[in-house]
Design a protein around this ligand. Sequence first.
Ligand SMILES: Cc1cc2nc3c(=O)[nH]c(=O)nc-3n(C[C@H](O)[C@H](O)[C@H](O)COP(=O)(O)O)c2cc1C
Length: 406
Amino acid sequence: MGSFYCKNDIGQMLFYPLVSRAVKLDSDSMQGTQPYQSSVTIGNLFLESNLFLSPLAGYTTLPFRLLVREIGGVGLCTTDLVNARSLLEKNRKALKLVETRPQDTPLAVQIFGSKPEEMREAAKVIEAGGFAAVDINMGCPVPKVCKVGGGSAMMKDTAATAALVQGVVEAVSIPVTCKMRLGWDASNITAPDLAKALADVGVSAICVHGRTRDQGFAGGVNLEGIRAVVEAVPSLPVIGNGDVTTALAAATMLEQTGCAGVSIGRGAFYNPWIFLEIADWMARGVVRQAPSDEDRFGAMRRHLHLMAEVFGEQAGCLQFRKIAPWFVRMLGPTHEFNRRIHTLVSLTQFEEILEDYKKWRAQFLDADGKLMPRYRPAPAGGVFVGAGEAGSPAAIAVPKGAVDYW
Ligand SMILES: Cc1cc2nc3c(=O)[nH]c(=O)nc-3n(C[C@H](O)[C@H](O)[C@H](O)COP(=O)(O)O)c2cc1C
């Protein structure tokens, strides 16, 4: 078994064990080589980058998608999950969820539902809207959704789910993809069989989060579970998902599962540069310079301004209260910032909060303006941060309430 070391974005040494191939982080020897496949084709859709933004309902809305696209490296983004029926009824909230801009491409719309005709008709609406793909949610654990046979309940009945998906595939010519977990619980790991059935009815890709529905976000991501899905559907690109917060975690997932690409949710909030970092590393074996503190502040400001453009200043600020703490998570002590940001009502006030935070944060910096080691947060790494890590890895945070819903 091979292994490799790398510094993470806050300068800590990471150790990565690899099962199938030893990759040594040596930019000279890797310069000019292409150790990883960095593009992927999904049905008739060619994607230059095999790095996907995972939908995080309420977070990966249009402003965040625009931000990560401006920074670069991301392939396909997906909307938050949209109720198929609400889309057909042109419900105001559903239409807001599928709001997009020319810069926000390629974009898949994720739908959920359990009524075949509603799912088919919603897919047609999505195709007519010029979107790149339809993604069907099979991972949502919200009881309200599961009770009617949607979300992760779809993983329990392979035949009915395959029949529903076949109807959607036949209704549109854009790619249809499915996003699932490994199964309902540890004794019902249905993802490999379900993926096979979905491949047979013509889906173009499967995205699999390496946990069961029962697990919520507890425990590590099961890379072997993802690998079993990859092996079950050799004809289909399988996109691995869960806990990827660094380029090396992405490399580990690609290496150990054989997946065709990686989808990242929470890691993109810790670090919106993550796609660029992974893309660079996969293409050239080079670890980019980590974004500076000022870069992070700038990205946060840009995100807020996009929120104000898309939702209006007041509504954008209200929503940004829960988003902003993610941006500062890797900047050391943040309680002063987090306390104030919960009162955010305007763009002007944001600048005041930011300036005050920078002044307050100065006490944790050294003479070169770098965060002193003892204030550095433990790297968020989940299962990917192994022995040799400086400090124990922090669990990757889940937005409040999300465990109940996802
Ligand atoms: C707050 C939150 C909202 C989510 N919303 C969605 C969603 O709308 N559709 C979906 O398929 N998955 C959703 N997920 C699951 C994520 O897409 C992803 O599978 C999961 O967070 C694991 O990836 P990560 O470790 O990179 O975040 C959500 C997760 C969270 C934490």
